[in-house]
Write a protein that binds this ligand. Structure first.
Ligand code: XIL
Length: 346
């Protein structure tokens, strides 16, 4: 008799182990359905086309797509009079079909330029013309399909000085103003952003950027928003620093895009196998950020964008050559605590 009771109890225990707990994290309801602002993701075009799991998650969970690489000049503008529209057009068509907004990234940057631009020999006027042609050809091609653009990316150094990028060297410091003016001419309805990293933590850099953009505005240049990239790590910056950054951008009446969020858990490369408590800390930090963002006035909420779907396709591993786990999904495309905590806040 006892033997049968024991077997029965073991069977019940086994069954209850298999049953998902009511609190278990799953991704059946999309992030974008829960949120009153756009929740976006950087799209790796090769992954979108070749990985069905990636594709399904990206299209279901997010409603704003930033092409991770294929809108950059190195890809889109391979030679002086040659534009490579095919892949970008396919991506745009996929987004449109899925009612996702497209955020254009990026027109003017010092990285991922094609060789012909890096090697271009010309006067300041010819460089100016080159920049104008690039901005306007790209924006006109996607007119009405791309909601907003990172017109200039990462133009400032950490000490607040203007980066001596190839654009500044060849055109002079006025290149920033010109870039925004050309962009506005090309598509007056597109939202125009300045995008940069460490603006959430570096007050000196943030003050300089905001003052610079305010000055452009005072001279009649249209600048709609600021992208805080938010490539951050556990503990740096902390919640109060992030709150200060969000508050300052909004107080200066810029639309705010948290444009490239990832939260490193192994910045110093001394924690390659983080424990559960680490992932809970990551989740709590993300929840705080989302809560702060949710609280800003609606007219400034352009949206938040994660720089990748899963830890396995984050740029951090190949770029910095370290193991890290900065995103919402794990290497097996299972939602992480960060995903679920985010959901509780949205
Ligand atoms: C990164 C991409 O994620 C990588 O795939 C690529 O090799 C390098 O660029 N700031 C930016 C993004 O504005 O464009 C960068 O994207 C990450 C840092």
């Amino acid at each position: 008799m006892y033997k049968y009771v024991l077997i029965f109890l073991l069977l019940v225990a086994a069954a209850s182990c298999r049953k998902p707990k009511a609190t278990e994290c799953n991704d059946e309801i999309a992030l974008s359905r829960l949120s009153d602002f756009r929740v976006g993701v950087a799209i790796s075009y090769p992954d979108l086309l070749t990985n069905p799991i990636y594709n399904a998650i990206a299209l279901k969970q997010f409603n704003s797509f930033t092409p991770e690489n294929i809108f950059k000049p190195g890809y889109l503008h391979p030679a002086l009079n040659e534009f490579n529209w095919a892949d970008a057009d396919t991506l745009v068509a996929i987004c449109t079909k899925n009612n996702a907004r497209i955020h254009g990234h990026t027109l003017i940057w010092h990285q991922q330029l094609p060789d012909w631009i890096n090697d271009f020999q010309g006067t300041a006027e010819e460089w100016d013309q080159l920049m104008k042609t690039h901005i306007q050809t790209v924006m006109q091609h996607f007119k009405g399909k791309v909601a907003g653009w990172d017109v200039v990316n990462e133009a400032f150094n950490e000490d607040g000085t203007l980066r001596n990028s190839i654009w500044r060297q060849k055109i002079g410091t006025s290149y920033l103003e010109k870039a925004f003016r050309y962009a506005h001419e090309a598509d007056p309805n597109a939202l125009l952003f300045y995008n940069d990293y460490n603006l959430e933590s570096n007050v000196i850099k943030r003050n300089v950027v905001i003052n610079y953009l305010n000055d452009l505005r005072n001279r009649g240049v249209k600048v709609d928003g600021i992208g805080l990239q938010m490539h951050i790590s556990l503990g740096n910056p902390d919640e109060s620093q992030i709150a200060g950054a969000l508050q300052q951008v909004v107080a200066n009446q810029y639309q705010l895009h948290l444009s490239e969020i990832d939260i490193s858990v192994n910045l110093l490369n001394n924690n390659p196998n983080p424990d559960a408590a680490t992932f809970d800390r990551q989740a709590n930090l993300l929840a705080k950020i989302a809560g702060l963002y949710k609280a800003i006035p609606v007219q400034y909420k352009y949206g938040i964008t994660f720089w990748g779907v899963s830890d396995g396709n984050s740029w951090i591993r190949p770029y910095y050559n370290r193991q890290d786990y900065p995103l919402l999904y794990d290497d097996n495309y299972h939602p992480k605590p960060a995903y679920c905590k985010l959901k509780e806040v949205l």
